[in-house]
Design a binder for this molecule. Structure first.
Ligand SMILES: [Zn+2]
Length: 299
């Protein structure tokens, strides 16, 4: 191998290191000095995180994310999942980020006492136990424990949504889309590895269905029915995407501009539903259906 091809090979290795590491444990995410990271984090919680045991933090970055972590063998598989979910979400939203745009920061705690100290500063997401704030993600990861199911994918989906819709979108849509896309992504990841997997969408018992007006107005997952809130939001996103993807993207765009749900919905789906009451009737039935519905994100 001559010098030029050797360096091209090394470049290939360094670019593909996170993928190789995630798949086989061969290579880990290359560490970067804090001062040499391509971007800083303006989120004040980021500085607070790094001030907890400052000596513990190492840093690295991939195309769309910057990582702050303790052990690279913990951060490496997270970086693989993060970039994987970035692509899935961008494809689902039919968006692509301009080159050189800002990256999202992910802080990975390992020590329980450091995490406890940090947790007091932010609001834990009841579903995943992570904290996402203004486009940055803070998680606790026990090196001996793998994130169950789609929890990490769910949080990554929030980060990517925040980049594309930084003006803010309603809580049901943030949570519902994060659940919807991370379940679909997990199933396709497993299928790519030969498993016969389909996204597992949870039905909501008919008597538990939250009235649409309460769901779309909620600013946080409703504390008295957190699980139902997530399941129903996921089902609503799934229903709207399956009904018509173009209309869903139009609805997302209107809600990003903080329009009221009813006006935004009728504008996007007016040829299919006469009113939000008609939506509610059809959706109630769909929400409580047990079988895995057809998934528009598959294929
Ligand atoms: Zn969430």
């Amino acid at each position: 191998m001559n010098c030029a091809s050797a360096s091209a090979f090394l470049l290939f290795l360094s670019l593909s290191a996170p993928i190789l590491a995630g798949e086989s444990g061969l290579n880990s995410l290359p560490e970067v000095d804090f001062a040499r990271l391509s971007q800083g984090d303006l989120n004040p919680l980021g500085a607070k995180a790094l001030a907890i045991h400052p000596e513990q933090w190492k840093h690295a970055e991939t195309e769309h994310f910057i990582y702050h972590f303790v052990h690279s063998y913990v951060a490496t598989p997270i970086s693989v999942e993060a970039e994987f979910h970035y692509r899935v979400v961008a494809k689902e939203l039919e968006r692509e980020q301009p080159a050189g745009d800002t990256k999202s920061h992910i802080y990975i705690f390992e020590r329980p006492e450091a995490w406890q100290q940090f947790q007091a500063l932010g609001q834990l997401e009841p579903w995943t136990g992570g904290i996402h704030s203004a486009g940055s993600l803070f998680i606790k990861r026990d090196p001996s424990y793998k994130f169950a199911g789609n929890l990490l994918g769910h949080e990554i989906a929030h980060l990517v949504l925040h980049r594309f819709y930084s003006e803010g979108i309603p809580c049901w849509l943030h949570e519902g889309f994060a659940q919807y896309v991370s379940k679909g992504a997990r199933a396709s990841y497993q299928r790519a590895r030969g498993y016969n997997a389909r996204p597992r969408s949870h039905a909501v018992a008919a008597q538990d269905v939250i009235p649409l007006s309460a769901l779309v107005a909620a600013l946080h997952p409703l504390p008295e029915c957190v699980e139902t809130f997530y399941d129903q939001s996921e089902r609503l996103v799934r229903f709207l995407v399956a009904t018509d993807k173009r209309s869903f993207l139009a609805l997302l765009d209107a809600l990003r501009r903080h329009q009221h749900f009813e006006a935004a919905f009728l504008h996007a789906y007016g040829t299919k539903f006469l009113s939000t009451a008609a939506l509610e009737t059809q959706f109630r039935e769909y929400a409580s259906k047990d079988s895995s519905p057809p998934d528009a994100s598959e294929g």
